[in-house]
Design a protein around this ligand. Sequence first.
Ligand SMILES: NC(=O)c1ccc[n+]([C@@H]2O[C@H](COP(=O)([O-])OP(=O)(O)OC[C@H]3O[C@@H](n4cnc5c(N)ncnc54)[C@H](OP(=O)(O)O)[C@@H]3O)[C@@H](O)[C@H]2O)c1
Length: 328
Amino acid sequence: MLNNKTILITGGTGSFGKCFTKYVLTHYEPKKIIIYSRDEFKQFLMQNEFKEYKDKLRFFIGDVRDVERLKRALNGVDYIIHAAALKQVPACEYNPNEAIKTNIHGAMNVIEAALDCGVSKVVALSTDKAVNPVNLYGGTKLVSDKLFIAANAYAGESDLNFSIVRYGNVAGSRGSVIPFFQNIIDNGGKELPITDYRMTRFWISLTQGVELVIKALAEAKGGETFISKIPSFKITDLAQAMLPGCQMPEVGIREGEKLHEIMVTTEDSMTTYEYDKHFIVYPQMVFSTKRMPQPTGKKVPEGFSYSSGNNTEWLTVEQIQELLKKLD
Ligand SMILES: NC(=O)c1ccc[n+]([C@@H]2O[C@H](COP(=O)([O-])OP(=O)(O)OC[C@H]3O[C@@H](n4cnc5c(N)ncnc54)[C@H](OP(=O)(O)O)[C@@H]3O)[C@@H](O)[C@H]2O)c1
């Protein structure tokens, strides 16, 4: 499905973009992958890291805020993966206009450019923070999600479709709890602070995120939100896995932080279907008679929700230790 296709990744030099690029180059035979981002140095580093694939890669300096540049970059592109975002919660809180320009105006530009340039599929990355958002980052991603879903109406009866992949904090990603605890341990700390003993999170690896995006590219008809079924863990168990027997002072929940990551709300449950390894939240509108999503999974019961707190699959301390060994 990706063989002989040209794929553009906005934010291609980021954690997701690099993992996606590597995965596609090692599992498929794409015609070309175009990396679209602003910082020339990150592109230079990525060019070096991916030297052996240089015939397949193109690097475009560009901002998602610049629709004309996006249109230029989309010449001959089949699929877009939209990963570019401002995503640090405090930075978005402190620079709200910038978060709106990148995450909302950027989404509008990607949609407009895709509609004008003959692209056939767009998958945009979302986050659990877009679900019942409590901070501006989540708020901008919620608007972005809505824009991509509604964009299917503009695509009309054409073959272009827009879909969404949603996941939570990637295990070990910058700014997340694992590097935070590791830093304390590396500096000889003997206790790991827990914001709230009830706190839980999902465990997802970048590769699982990439695989879900590829599934969305293959299966989406337009307007679906794809969500992985993944295990949860207690933050207290993570602390015990990383520093067995440590003290865990409770320091209080931080502003804008949730006790549990929510992926599907009870409101979404009306149009959510369960599959073996994922859920799909279907759009509430019909955008095109030609590209109607046809759920084949099992409809979730009314009132269902999917959060790291009410998950049925939980990691033990020992299982967390095994997974930690596999992280970089
Ligand atoms: N990391 C996680 O745990 C996580 C969890 C859930 C969802 N997500 C979502 O997944 C996506 C990718 O995240 P990530 O972890 O790969 O982020 P990342 O490592 O911070 O990378 C962000 C990428 O976006 C580019 N970018 C930022 N602003 C841009 C702009 N205005 N125009 C063009 N490119 C821009 C950056 O490059 P330049 O700075 O050079 O432009 C970089 O390539 C985001 O949409 C994020 O919301 C991430």
